[in-house]
Write a protein that binds this ligand. Structure first.
Ligand SMILES: [Zn+2]
Length: 393
């Protein structure tokens, strides 16, 4: 009985078992069944029985033991190991693939195939050091080079070994003719960030320069350059870096507007604050620029003027964040029942915004309230953007 195990889980193993059966059948040219063939056949059904009863450990021992690894059977052994890995039973997969590799009579090509699968088993088991060694061995042997490089790149990213990640990404670019400049720029930014956090500003700026030299559209590098210079008090250099973002990716302009205005404030350049905000507002019209404009009006005029400005923009661009801000400002100059009603509205908009994600990955749809340069779900770089529309930017 298969009990409640879904057929699609057991089926691949039954197919492998069938392949073993067919192969063993072909190996018996004698007219009369010999004792040897009887034993094999008996083992085969014994293994199949274990499989159907979900006793995969015992089944695997029977199947692996009954069939010697050779040129004709090696593919079946490798496939069986792969199936176990796909099922999440990595220990079994390792056992089978190691059993294949242990056979000295195998051809180099087949041994490398098994080595490649074993490296993937180690990766799935989280044994990254062992996987790393095997992928390097395969590259040395010129076997499965692009895939092995791809896995190494994934390992070095998981280990935050950005120097190695840069090296491997460049090799991958040559091996596949596919661009990796965007990723490499992120790796340089990771190194810059480590230096920046350790207080090594000049080293951080050097890495940022390398990032921009690799990918001139690296918004992250511009933002980092702005942050480092802002911290050093080089506000002019910081404004130049922040303003570059508009040319690199206008969708991310909201990420730098606040810091950019702070730099202009440090430089006492109020004229440029007004000019740039109006430019961004007229060209892109995001809610961040609307609210920053409203803040400026609040400072230079009063609450009522700021509220009127938000009302005029909300008619053209409905936004929950805009409505929330309008309520906050209006509460200051409203009294009696109108004030009480606004408090109810404020509670509702706060609750609405509380559960709304701000950013979303354009590759897999993962969303959240924080900006991630690498999507935590699908691991894509530069795929997360601010959500647009009434509930977003
Ligand atoms: Zn994603």
């Amino acid at each position: 009985m298969i009990d409640n195990t879904p057929l699609f889980i057991v089926l691949p193993f039954i197919i492998i078992a069938f392949m073993l059966g067919v192969f063993l059948g072909r190996r018996k040219p004698e007219k009369k069944p010999s004792l040897h063939s009887y034993t094999l056949s008996s083992d085969y059904f014994k293994g199949l029985n274990f499989l159907l009863n979900e006793q995969t450990d015992k089944a695997i021992d029977v199947f692996v033991g009954m069939l010697e690894v050779g040129e004709e059977t090696v593919d079946t052994h490798i496939s069986l190991g792969n199936l176990y890995r796909q099922r999440g039973e990595v220990e079994q997969a390792i056992k089978i693939h190691q059993n294949v590799i242990a056979k000295p009579s195998l051809s180099l090509a087949k041994r490398n195939d098994a080595l490649y699968e074993l490296a993937k088993d180690f990766m799935n088991a989280g044994l990254l050091d062992r996987a790393e060694n095997l992928f390097h061995e395969l590259i040395q042997k010129q076997s499965n080079v692009p895939s092995a490089l791809g896995y190494l790149l994934s390992i070095y990213q998981q280990e935050h070994d950005w120097e190695q990640a840069i090296l491997i990404a460049k090799k991958l670019e040559s091996a596949t003719n596919e661009p990796y400049s965007q990723q490499v720029a992120h790796f340089y930014c990771e190194l810059a960030l480590i230096n920046h956090n350790a207080g090594h500003s000049q080293a951080a700026l050097k890495q940022v320069k390398k990032a921009l030299g690799t990918d001139k559209l690296s918004v992250r590098a511009s933002i980092l350059e702005g942050e480092i210079n802002k911290k050093l008090g080089n506000c002019k250099a910081a404004t130049r870096a922040y303003r570059r973002v508009e040319q690199q990716d206008p969708l991310l302009i909201s990420e730098v507007l606040g810091a950019l205005l702070q730099c202009y404030k440090e430089l006492n350049n109020t004229k440029e604050i007004k000019t740039y905000l109006e430019h961004v507002l007229n060209k892109y019209g995001g809610i961040t620029s609307i609210l920053l404009c409203a803040q400026q009006i609040q400072k230079t005029q009063d609450d009522k003027a700021a509220a009127l400005f938000i009302v005029s923009t909300l008619r053209k661009k409905p936004s929950i964040r805009g409505l929330s801000s309008l309520i906050d400002i209006s509460l200051d100059f409203t009294k009696g029942t109108a004030h009480d009603n606004l408090l109810i509205l404020q509670e509702i908009t706060d609750k609405l915004l509380e559960n709304k994600p701000v950013y979303q990955c354009t590759q897999c749809g993962f969303n959240g309230k924080s900006m991630h340069w690498q999507c935590p779900s699908c691991k894509s770089w530069s795929s997360t953007k601010p959500i647009q529309g009434i509930e977003g930017e």
